[in-house]
Design a protein around this ligand. Structure first.
Ligand code: AVJ
Ligand code: FE
Length: 444
């Protein structure tokens, strides 16, 4: 069965929609690479990241590969550079030593690709094969560029030096909310078979039966996390899994990444600004092991991926799964903190208009949320259009994150979207919320 989900209608003009999403992604890529000098574009700011100029040319290379070659059958423009920008041929640590295109050449290359793509967009088929159906390949490439834009923003966060980016602060929190909500036992539709630009790992829709559980209404705040730090959480092995403790020891973890103690207060570095850690913002830049230890300290656990998605999408009144927590409409500035409109998460309890049917807030935007789940294919998974997007990462090495962050563009974020990373990673915009089993009889 395909499952019971509300159906997304593609905007009437798919070509215009695709053009706008591609243009927004390119504007952001150019913003993120024009705000620093040549030197900062070619340097590697962290071994975890590529030089910014690699990301810039890589998005063009993928665009050429999937749109100009795969969709349109064109010949390679510059076959000699293909392998430089193949993420599987060269791990991030190696990329600075490759004979990469210069910033100027990279800009010229991606602009040339884009000019041809804009021409193609007017005449390409948008039905007749899965790759082109409802403009999928164009949507995939817009998402891909935005994913790299988020990665580039994480590189900016790692970069030493004065601030070069600015944005207004996000919305304040509103009203009151219960600490946690009960999600009663029962099946729901997980994943999607209808979302036109969903990626292979989100498919297909399938029924999952979920036992009753309680889940935090809002993400874990800096204040709550600081209480864990101050209770000696980083020095109590009983709160950590064996692997988590081994990593905590080896990496010398004592607080979230970018925090440090100054006099009697915790401060953090955020895009070059040093500021007191804001108590009511969701904690960010923690790894999965830190989230796991915090949850143990709080007498709770991380939600499974199915629990996260049920809290986000299931509407108990209709029995259907929504595209987003608030319904089926695309995210607006009222719903969620997405798309780098702000350079930080909003305080917990913001965006009541973005709450799910169960009243859970900030599931979309603000911070990516670690779940307890390994990254695996859903029943009936089929790799599409290439195994290296998802399938090669399936297994128990990676943990799933959900919901997107303030740095995630709406085109690459929805109730079904799945992100994944190693449980030790924390340069990403990662936070979490906690859950617990319901007691017998509760929500049965
Ligand atoms: C889905 C964020 C894990 O950045 O490694 C970009 C996205 N895949 N280019 C990543 C991706 C290919 C991917 N994540
Ligand atoms: Fe990529």
């Amino acid at each position: 069965m395909t499952g019971d989900e509300t159906r997304a209608d593609m905007p009437t003009d798919i070509r215009t929609h695709a053009y706008e999403r591609l243009t927004a992604a390119r504007d952001r890529s150019l913003l993120l690479t024009s705000c620093v000098g040549e030197d900062d574009l070619v340097r590697q700011h962290s071994v975890l990241m590529s030089p910014l100029v690699w990301d810039l040319a890589h998005v063009g290379s993928q665009e050429e590969l999937w749109l100009l070659r795969a969709v349109d059958g064109q010949e390679p423009m510059r076959p000699e550079i293909d392998s430089l920008y193949d993420a599987f041929e060269h791990p991030r640590a190696e990329r600075p030593s490759l004979p990469l295109l210069s910033p100027e050449e990279a800009r010229r290359y991606i602009a040339t690709v884009r000019d041809r793509v804009v021409g193609l967009l007017e005449r390409a088929p948008i039905e007749g094969s899965p790759l082109v159906e409802q403009g999928f390949a164009f949507g995939m490439i817009a998402q891909h560029e935005q994913q790299h834009d988020e990665t580039m923003l994480a590189t900016h966060q790692l970069r030493a030096g004065a601030p070069v980016l600015s944005a207004p602060p996000p919305a304040p929190s509103e009203g009151r909310w219960p600490r946690e909500v009960l999600v009663p036992a029962g099946p729901f539709t997980m994943g999607t078979s209808t979302e036109p630009w969903s990626l292979d790992n989100e498919r297909p829709a399938h029924q999952v039966d979920v036992a009753a559980y309680w889940i935090d209404t809002v993400p874990v705040s800096n204040a709550a996390y600081q209480a864990f730090v101050e209770a000696g959480g980083y020095d109590r092995p009983e709160l950590w899994s064996d692997r988590g403790w081994a990593h905590r020891q080896e990496a010398g973890l004592t607080a979230p990444r970018f925090w440090r103690r100054e006099g009697g207060t915790w401060v953090r570095r955020r895009f070059g600004h040093v500021e007191p850690v804001p108590a009511d913002e969701p904690v960010v830049h923690v790894c999965w092991y830190e989230a796991e230890a915090y949850a143990a300290w709080a007498g709770r656990r991380l939600p499974t991926e199915a629990e996260w998605e049920k809290a986000a999408r299931h509407d108990p009144r209709t029995g259907r799964s929504r595209r987003f927590p608030w319904g089926d409409e695309e995210p607006s500035a009222e719903h969620a903190n997405l798309g780098q409109r702000h350079l930080q998460a909003a305080p917990v309890g913001a965006y009541p208009a973005g709450a799910s049917a169960y009243g859970v807030r900030q599931l979309i935007g603000d911070v990516w949320e670690w779940t307890s789940s390994d990254f695996r294919g859903y029943p009936g998974f089929a790799a599409f259009p290439y195994r290296e997007y998802s399938e090669v990462f399936f297994g128990d090495e990676y943990k799933v994150l959900r919901g997107g962050s303030f740095a995630t563009d709406p085109v690459a974020c929805r109730g079904t979207f799945r992100n994944w990373d190693y449980p030790i990673r924390r340069q990403i915009f990662s936070g979490f919320r906690t859950a617990r089993d319901a007691a017998p009889g509760e929500g049965a």
